[in-house]
Every structure is written in structure tokens, then in C-alpha cells.
Ligand binder design. Structure first.
Ligand code: GTP
Length: 454
């Protein structure tokens, strides 16, 4: 029988190790632990190991070579398979480093070799309630704390990673609730429920939680969790609303690493959607098909009733954004914007489908694919046959800007009006806008980060 696995994710210092230590002491089964820390010293491993010496039967394995994401294909699988061969235990917990994406770890257990002996039962993300409140739930504060710690991608804003951890999980544990007031805690929960409507949310102090809450999570579903993010649901609802009855979030804007991509020369590029690269964690969103055979649980949540001033909206235009005006807009986003994410069509980047992702105080612009409309007609047909639901404009094809906006105490209509001012004017559309210079990235995976100017 497969051994159930729980992945514990969460930003640096959120309280993962504290929670895990308590869990090991009180669990009624033998729990093996795989700990991964970035850096030479596996502090957490030392701590957990010390604790587990006191308990019985638990094994701790520490990955020495940095981030799990970076050693996915090899070390993680090898370590957990070896663990399984050499020890007997009832459950595995993988504590991811604070700068890991949970998604590649999950995929390793679902589609990688570790999927043989193991069965991924759930992903638990621990949130530092105090920091999360000040960073994402407090639209009235000028003092937005930065996210601490190294970034394993080298370019990706850490706040974006923190929200990616929130958006890809089954259970959210809001820890450090001793450091927030009741009202602050409620706001944090409301924002989290908007960012991730699918996950259950529990609140803790010092990581004290009934082990059954963590180890008993048995609802992992790769497809459901991949589609769980509030921003993605909002975009999906928007697509269904305006273009067609059965739209999907995440159409194929073909992945392409060079300018001469040919779908016939690379027939497996559609399979490539399964590939994951931790530096470019979101590319699958626009490259995976979802058959949606399960009952949809998301639609009611795309536009939740306004609670604590939290609002969700979408912005959809089929007109390119002016690169300079758009960059200036991104450098001047309001405090109350919690999350903004989606695809952008930027003048001067005619081929590149660019994902914008805003969290904290920074926006990452990343090339995540190529507009199908930028291929030859023959190849366009090939791609479009594969996705008959793809929204398509007679003039512009699949080129569009479609963003989800999640804010607190912020007027999203004003924000959308400001975005409209970033669009090319009619006069500019008559101009040579294909050649507009800009700072947006050009090649697959390349990221440009724009920070809010204080
Ligand atoms: N006040 C307070 N402090 C906490 C709580 N939970 C954990 N801490 C403290 O927060 C610090 C970080 O906790 P850890 O459990 O090491 O956090 P972590 O997520 O494992 O951190 P990394 O290993 O750096 O990713 C420690 O000093 C803990 O004692 C809590 O609920 N309230």
C-alpha cells in the first residue's frame, strides 16, 4: 500500500518547523520527515532531529543540496524512495524550504518516480498571520514589510512566491495568531479565502494543531489545486462570460523558446505542458488542458460578496498596452491591491504572451508562451483545432490582456480606468507600434520585475 505524503510549505519563518515538531510529538503513527532548507546548515533538520530522538520511530532525512525544486528529478525522489526501502513508517511529511514552490514537489509525487511507493494526500501551507496581515490584508498601512530571505530563482519576487504557496495547497494554516488581533485574524482569513477559495483555513498559535487536521488531509487533486487560485477562477469566469459558454482558464499560448518555433517540427510541444521549471512556475497555467470532468466548485467564488472591503474583478481588452505607460502604471499601484495576475499584450512584443503577476510591492512580467496568432495561418489552424474554445478575435486572434484584480479597500474601477489609459490610442494604433521599445521580456522564462516607487 502506498504511503501517504503531506507536503508542508510556507514562507521562511512562518512556523513550519514549530508545527512539525509538535506534530511529531503528538502523532499517533510513525512519521518520516524529509526536510529541505536552502543553505549549508539544515537548521530545521537539526531541530526536528533533536525532537524526534525523543520520540520513537521517526526518521528524518535532510536534503543537503539546497532547494527541493532544484534537485527535483534526482535527489528528492532518490531520498524518499531510499527512505521507503530502508524504513517502515506510516506517513511521510516533506517540509519544503520557505523559498520552494509546492507545485513541482507535488508533481514529483504524482507523476514522478516517487509516485510509486507514495500517495500525495495533501499540501499544507503555513502562513505567518502577522506578516501576511501587514503585507496583504492591511490596505491602510503605508509600511509594507518586505519579504525576507533568498529567492531561489534569482529574479522572482518573493511576495509572488508566498502567494503561489497560498494558491497551490489544500489546507492553509494561519500561524502566529497570538501576534494579531481578532479583527486582523479575520481579515487575513478573508483575504486568504479570496486568494484560494478551495483550501480549508485553520488558525493556530505556535503551530499547535490536531495532527489529524494535517495528516488527515486527503483531498489532493492535482487538477483541482492547479485551478484553485482565486485569480484564475476570476479569469475563467470572465472567459466564460464573454467569449463562449465553456471557456477554460489557461489556453495554449504556445510555449516557445525561440522565434522559429514550428508546431510540426516539435509535435511534442503540447506534451511539454507537463514540464515544470521552478523558475517559471506558472507557465502551465496557459498550457495545460483541463477536461473539467469534475463538478465545478469554483464559480460562486470568483466574485465573492464583498467582505472586509475585499473585491475581485477582471480586466479584459483586445488592444495592446503601451509599454511605457503600462510600466509607469505598475510602478504606481495602490496599497490596497492584493493580487493581480493574468496575461498581457504589450506593444512591441507581438509574439510574446506575457504573464504579469503582482504581489506585495512588485510585479513580475514573464514570457509564458507565444500568441498563436503570431504563427503562420497553417500552424494557427493546427493549434486552434486542438482548442476549439480558445477565445479568438477576427483581427487580433488570441492576443489580449486579461487580468484578475484582487483588492482590499481599493476602487478597482479606478484601477481599470487607469489601465485603459495604458492602452494604445487610435492614433498610436496607426503608428509603428510593433517596433515600440520596451523593457518587457523577450524570451521564454525571462522575467522583468517592476517595483512600486515610493
Ligand atoms: N509568536 C509566535 N512565534 C512563533 C509562532 N510559531 C513559531 N514561532 C517562532 O517563529 C520562528 C520561526 O519558526 P519556525 O518554525 O522555525 O519557522 P519555519 O517556517 O520552519 O522557518 P524556515 O525554516 O526558516 O522556513 C521561531 O522563532 C518560532 O519559535 C507563533 O505562533 N507565535
Amino acid at each position: 500500500m502506498s504511503v501517504p505524503v503531506t507536503v508542508l510549505s510556507g514562507e521562511l519563518g512562518a512556523g513550519k518547523t514549530t508545527l512539525l515538531s509538535g506534530l511529531l510529538e503528538s502523532a499517533d503513527r510513525d512519521v518520516a520527515v524529509l526536510v529541505n532548507d536552502v543553505g549549508a546548515v539544515n537548521v530545521d533538520a537539526d531541530l526536528v532531529e533533536a525532537r524526534t530522538d525523543l520520540a520513537t520511530g521517526e526518521d528524518v532525512v535532510a536534503l543537503e543540496n539546497g532547494c527541493i525544486c532544484c534537485s527535483l528529478g534526482g535527489e528528492l525522489s532518490r531520498a524518499v524512495i531510499q527512505l521507503w526501502k530502508e524504513h517502515e513508517f506510516d506517513q511521510l511529511v516533506v517540509e519544503a524550504s520557505g523559498v520552494s514552490e509546492p507545485e513541482p514537489i507535488a508533481r514529483q509525487f504524482v507523476r514522478g518516480p516517487a509516485g510509486g511507493p507514495y500517495d500525495l494526500s495533501g499540501i499544507v501551507t503555513v502562513v505567518d498571520g502577522r506578516r501576511f496581515h501587514d503585507r496583504f490584508a492591511d490596505a491602510d498601512s503605508d509600511d509594507v514589510p518586505a519579504v525576507q530571505g533568498p529567492d531561489d530563482s534569482g529574479t522572482r519576487p518573493l511576495a509572488d512566491l508566498v502567494l503561489a504557496q497560498v494558491e497551490f495547497c489544500d489546507l492553509l494554516v494561519v500561524n502566529k495568531c497570538d501576534l494579531v488581533s481578532d479583527a486582523e485574524r479575520e481579515r487575513v482569513v478573508a483575504v486568504l479565502e479570496t486568494l484560494q477559495p478551495r483550501a480549508e483555513v485553520v488558525t493556530t498559535e505556535h503551530g499547535v494543531i490536531d495532527p489529524a487536521e494535517i495528516l488527515g488531509v486527503e483531498r489532493f487533486d492535482l487538477e483541482a489545486v492547479t485551478d484553485a487560485a482565486g485569480w484564475k477562477r476570476a479569469i475563467e469566469a470572465d472567459e466564460r462570460g464573454d467569449d463562449h459558454a465553456h471557456g477554460e482558464a489557461g489556453h495554449d499560448h504556445c510555449r516557445d523558446d525561440n522565434e522559429h518555433h514550428d508546431p510540426h517540427e516539435h509535435p511534442d510541444d503540447l506534451e511539454d505542458r507537463e514540464h515544470h521549471d521552478h523558475d517559471h512556475p506558472e507557465h502551465n497555467e496557459y498550457n495545460e488542458h483541463h477536461d473539467h470532468t469534475e463538478p465545478h466548485e469554483h464559480h460562486d467564488h470568483a466574485h465573492p460578496p464583498e467582505r472586509y472591503g475585499i473585491t475581485v474583478d477582471t480586466y479584459h481588452r483586445r488592444r495592446p498596452l503601451h509599454p511605457e505607460r503600462f510600466a509607469a502604471f505598475l510602478a504606481d499601484l495602490p496599497d490596497g491591491l492584493v493580487r493581480a495576475k493574468g496575461l498581457c499584450w504589450i506593444a512591441g512584443r507581438d509574439k510574446q504572451a506575457i504573464t504579469m503577476s503582482y504581489a506585495g510591492s512588485e510585479t513580475a512580467l514573464e514570457v509564458t508562451g507565444r500568441w498563436i496568432a503570431s504563427f503562420s495561418e497553417e500552424h494557427q489552424e493546427t493549434y486552434r483545432r486542438g482548442q476549439p474554445d480558445l477565445p479568438w478575435d477576427e483581427e487580433w486572434g488570441d492576443r489580449e490582456t486579461r487580468l484578475a484584480l484582487i483588492g482590499r479597500n481599493v476602487d478597482l474601477d479606478v484601477l481599470k480606468a487607469r489601465l485603459d489609459e495604458c492602452l494604445l490610442t487610435d492614433a498610436e494604433l496607426d503608428d509603428d507600434w510593433l517596433e515600440y521599445e520596451n523593457a518587457a521580456p523577450t524570451v521564454m522564462g525571462e522575467t522583468t520585475v517592476i517595483s512600486i516607487e515610493s
